[in-house]
Design a protein around this ligand. Structure first.
Ligand code: ADP
Ligand code: MG
Length: 700
């Protein structure tokens, strides 16, 4: 059977059930998936030599065999692993690996390998050696036949899929390319011609097995013609999708809210303080959008503590005063409850009674709330995912406010938006998303930024303590409490292991309450508590009865207690910068000097850099950029459900220039398509190929 793009990989020789399962772990199921699995690096192995002909200083590839090997040192993982290699030329070459215990099982005498690296001269032993060469085992029959594929040329290096290593993937890709299925070129002809791109087939071939003559540097910079085209293409379809979605949203009928004098009066009545200039500006942007007859899709971005909540409340008042319902969606129950308790007194002044709808509510209460929502008896509902369940209906939903968007994922956002004809959507994010990312994730949203803090805020002093200095941190907590302030002690353990975090926090709570601060009230808050207990813990801290709140990262967003002036973060090294920044934003909410004390156990190089960034910087954008650099976009957003498009070859950090070019081309293509047929076929193509991966729900 000839290969087709959707042929299952198990049809390939050498892919049995075990390998297929490992490939699936990397989302590699079809021929097309494999062709789109690009090398992350290239190695120039064109200089293949016998050992006898090697010269010190050169980069070379050697195909040889292990003659003997030994591991020295006391601890297996820390030992020095040395192997002696030989080949048909009869000469010998040493290979050395520090901390090389992991090589010992692989390189046993008789094993055939290809080594790639720099040749050095061991003056002490008078022999040629390679330190930590790239090593590929030449075992298994499928490999020997393809030997020419792995040496004597520039070779692609792939990320392994479980035990399916780079070498096996290289062979599989090679075989598929020999029998290349037909591939249609969807990129508009006008662009291919003008930008002198190779065809899609040529580009895919060239990205896996570059033709000779392309400098290795260019390949590793991802700037060969083939790579450029593929990166451009990926960004182009993403940007086209976003443009189409935006264009479509603009032509959808929405609600033109009226901004009467009464609405303005009511907004004034709501405000407990004078808004900052930035708050006034973004409110105007939002209000102008809401007055338009098409639905608003706006992102409200601002650092922690910049005062987004009150702006969202103002937007809510506009909708409420126009007789529409409002939904506010938060990522966690605690945050939903927090919004509920801070908005309730404000909205009550205007005669609106919000309700809280979360998953842990008893079924009977949920049912009652749903019934009241559908007849319009509830003006504003605040809640978690429970609010976007299928059976929740509103009578006339006018505005949806979504807090901390990226935790929901873009899909869910529209699940909610589609409940009514077309409500306005305001997305708030406290995570200052670097511009490069904001453009791709939120490319379909207009952006408002609050770039000014409420008056009277002081810089939060951030200090670093190692584990054995934790007493110093607690004595500072003591000082603050004696002065009448309050403190947080946080165990920021990753979400998936809330149980572990709960245990750590509970143990620390007991320790602090009995040994360190027996004379004051110490509270405990974690995700495993019931709703009522959580509420009680928060209420008591808010009211100032609890002086110290020991907590897991559930307090990360939204908790607002201006009297809390010090936060101790335990095991701070385990967290991303943006998360630390969010946490730190829980203090420094009043006019008193506040402190953030980062306690760490073990620190690697990146860890040190992270902590240094936290100590030095207060600027959310700067911290986010640094976080992105240290962790990469995938991890930056934490989970797969983040709504972050998964890119195959393009990389937002490495390729901002190509992204910019693709965006311009996409805009002019969508605004001025060469023909209606071209436009229609682009929409079809995006729907079929990219929509799900890019979460472009509204296209078409
Ligand atoms: P964010 O949601 O952006 O993190 P909040 O809306 O929770 O920030 O505001 C942080 C704190 O600052 C809250 O205590 C809020 O009442 C207060 N605040 C917001 N805007 C102002 C303002 N213009 N003047 C004084 N205090 C403000
Ligand atoms: Mg509108």
């Amino acid at each position: 059977m000839p290969l087709a793009l959707d042929t299952d990989l198990t049809y390939l020789k050498g892919v049995g059930p075990a390998r297929a399962a490992m490939l699936r772990g990397k989302q590699l199921e079809t021929i097309e998936d494999l062709l789109n699995y690009f090398p992350f690096r290239y190695e120039d192995r064109s200089n293949t030599k016998t050992i006898k002909l090697l010269a010190p200083g050169e980069l070379a590839t050697v195909v040889c065999e292990v003659r003997k090997a030994k591991l020295s040192g006391l601890r297996r993982n820390l030992g020095l692993f040395e192997a002696e290699f030989t080949d048909a030329s009869g000469a010998t070459l040493l290979g050395k690996w520090f901390h090389g215990g992991y090589m010992a099982d692989k390189l046993t005498p008789g094993t055939r390998v290809a080594l790639f690296g720099k040749i050095e001269f061991d003056t002490y032993r008078g022999e040629l050696q390679m330190m930590h060469p790239e090593t590929e085992l030449l075992c298994g029959d499928e490999d020997e036949g393809d030997a020419a594929l792995h040496t004597g040329r520039i070779v692609p290096v792939y990320e392994a899929a479980g035990k399916v290593n780079s070498r096996v993937i290289r062979s599989l890709v090679y075989r598929v390319l020999e029998d290349m299925p037909h591939m249609e070129d969807h990129l508009p002809d006008s662009i291919v011609t003008r930008l002198k791109f190779p065809t899609r087939t040529e580009a895919i071939r060239g990205a896996h097995f570059p033709p000779s003559g392309i400098p290795i540097r260019m390949l590793n910079d991802y700037r060969s013609q083939a790579q450029f085209r593929l990166i451009f293409e990926e960004f182009f379809w993403l940007e086209c999708g976003l443009q189409i979605k935006r264009r479509k949203a603009r032509t959808m009928p929405g609600i033109a809210f009226k901004l009467t004098d009464r609405v303005r009066e009511q907004i004034k009545k709501l405000l407990p303080f004078k808004p900052t200039g930035a708050q006034k500006r973004v409110l105007k942007e939002i209000a102008d959008d809401m007055a338009q007859p098409s639905p608003m899709h706006r992102l409200l971005q601002g650092d922690v503590g910049s005062g987004k909540t009150i702006v969202a409340a103002e937007a809510a008042v506009i909708a409420l005063e126009n007789g529409y319902q409002v939904a506010l969606l938060a990522p966690t129950e605690i945050l939903a409850a927090q919004h509920f308790y801070s908005l309730k007194p404000l909205l009550r002044k205007l005669g609106y009674e919000p309700v809280l709808l979360t998953g842990s509510l008893p079924a009977k209460d949920k049912q009652k709330i749903k019934q009241m929502l559908v007849v319009g008896m509830i003006p504003i509902a605040i809640g978690t995912h429970a609010l976007i369940e299928k059976d929740v209906e509103f009578r006339n939903l006018g505005l949806v406010i979504i807090d901390e968007q990226h935790r929901f994922g873009v899909l869910q956002r529209f699940g909610l938006a589609q409940k009514a004809a077309a409500p306005d959507v305001l997305v708030m994010t406290a995570t200052p998303i670097p511009r490069s990312l904001a453009m791709t994730i939120y490319g379909d949203l207009d952006v408002s930024v609050i770039d000014e803090m409420p008056p009277g805020r002081k810089k939060i002093l951030t200090k670093h303590y190692t584990g054995d200095q934790v007493e110093l941190a607690f004595s500072q907590v003591r000082q603050e409490i004696d002065a009448g302030a309050q403190a947080y002690v946080v165990y920021p353990v990753i979400e998936e292991s809330e149980t572990q975090a709960m245990k750590a926090a509970t143990a620390m709570h007991t320790h602090l309450a009995t040994n360190v601060f027996p004379d004051v009230e110490v509270g405990l808050l974690h995700g495993k508590l019931g709703a009522a207990e959580k509420e009680a813990a928060m209420e008591s801290f808010k009211a100032g009865r609890t002086k110290i709140l020991v907590s897991t990262t559930v307090i990360e967003v939204g908790v607002d207690v201006p009297n809390a002036t010090v936060m101790v973060i335990e095991q701070a090294e385990r967290f991303g910068l943006s998360q630390l920044h969010q946490l730190r934003g829980r203090v420094g909410r009043g006019s008193a000097q506040s402190y953030c004390l980062l306690v760490t156990e073990k620190l690697g190089d990146t860890g040190k850099e992270r902590i240094r960034t936290m100590v030095d910087s207060q600027d959310g954008f700067e911290i986010a950029e640094m976080d992105l650099k240290l962790r990469g976009p995938g991890e930056f957003f934490g989970t797969k459900q983040s709504g972050m498009p998964s890119l195959r070859i393009a990389n937002i950090l490495r390729d901002p220039d190509i992204l910019g070019a693709a965006k311009d081309e996409a805009r002019s293509f969508v605004e001025n398509p060469p023909s209606e047929a071209d436009y229609a076929s682009a929409v079809e193509y995006i729907k079929g190929h990219w929509q799900r991966r890019y979460a472009l729900v509204l296209v078409g």
